[in-house]
Write a protein that binds this ligand. Sequence first.
Ligand code: BGC
Length: 524
Amino acid sequence: MKRSTFTCTVYNIFVILFLLLSATSIAKDFIEEEGDLDIKRSDFPDGFLFGASTSSYQIEGAYLEDGKGLSNWDVFSHIEGSIENGENGDIASDHYHRYMEDIEILHSLGVNAYRFSISWSRVLPRKFGGVNQAGVLFYNQIIDNLLLRGIEPFVTIHHSDYPQELEDRYGGWLSTLMQDDFVHFAETCFKSFGDRVKYWSSINEPNLFGILGFEIGICPPARCSPPFGNCPHGNSDIEPLIAVHNMLLAHAKAANLDHMKFKRKQGGMIGIILHAIMYKPLTEDKSDQEAADRALAFNIAWILDPVVFGDYPPEMRRYHGSELPRFSPDERVLLRDSIDFIGLNHYASLYAKDCINSRCICNDSSCIQGSDRAIRGFVCTTTEQDGVPIGEPTGMSLSFVVPRGMEEIVNYTKKRHHNKPMFVTENGYSSPYKSFEDYQHDVKRINYHKSYLAFLAQAMRDGADVRGYFIWSLMDDFEWINGYSLRYGLYHVDPRTLNRIPKLSANWYRDFLRNSNSLNKNYI
Ligand code: BGC
């Protein structure tokens, strides 16, 4: 070999080695931030449920058709100024009239499960008025047609909407009377659909419902007090605790009924679903570490400790006075182990800063007023650390892309709640831009799901008993106070024609579910 050729070869080897080393470290950083974007369906066990989620008020429309009564959201969304652009769910995605098309869409995606909720005021429009058979028929059609196509119905009994009459009569979830009305509704659902529904969730996100409806008062029944917000009525320090207390007991009574009267005959599981933000310490200080733990206890364990262990988290007992309601010994027995699974709606992570030992100021304006109060666990939450955002922003304020949070929240729940079976019942991305990206070419949504799935798979490799994953949402829908301005759908719903138009993410999900990976890569 000539000397020059030899030098050149050695040089090349060095260059190649250098490139390989840096590629490995770049790849490592990438994997640490985003997860392995080559995630495949076959990385998940056989029988794992892959689906999409919706909820009744957000997609059905037909708000006064075929005997349906008025719900709290029907009334609230018609109050001027309550919803962005004055929008409401009167028509929503018109799923009530297009459910067959939507079931075909689900089938074409290749999902093996579909999560939806039952509109309480469609099935029981009036407190003393009996069952609305047209409502039962509607959900029967959905369930039967899903099953015909090999899709498991995964049914939420109560997802934010309930008959306004119950609010007007006795104040809804602030009253213990709501527990029995909920049990009556749940029993109606078990009787009407339980022979075919194997997966029931009692209540969607009691924790977030408590905060939005009774602490900051931006959703119905829109109750709050300063410094949390400006509502005509309410007490933000106490009412969220009362409303959630009633929801937990309502859940326990319904689950007990299911376990005693129906489940043995009908098979299946019942769980509860919570809004599961992951909290990380803002600094390395011990007090911020404790603040993050407290935030998890005050948001996640608030719901899960009672339904697994039979009582509120000790952390909450420690910081709340007598305002935290107490369960009687009988209620504790009823609550303990009242779930067969935990549903996690996970979208985002936040930093937590202690407000007990230090001055309660986070480093950006998102710090929620009232962080120095027990109801917030004396924790200030923020999306920035030294001016650096926790992740990429999305269309939803305070919701940033933090894929690793998926692994962390699953591991937290696994550890604290004895690795109960879990389902990720919602995970989704809304684009911050009103652009083509938002409507159809939604590459960021695809990457969001891939990276969150990768961290979910990691948690499962480490032993977490997770049994399913549902994308929020099947289609663009009525996003509560944001109206139609936020879009999470795999399908865009044209506001004029109400036609469903697949986004790139719908094609990606279909390919992912078929395990056709080569196609997968083209989407990046
Ligand atoms: C709720 C959904 C909502 C979604 C996106 C979840 O907390 O369960 O109803 O549309 O977040 O905002």
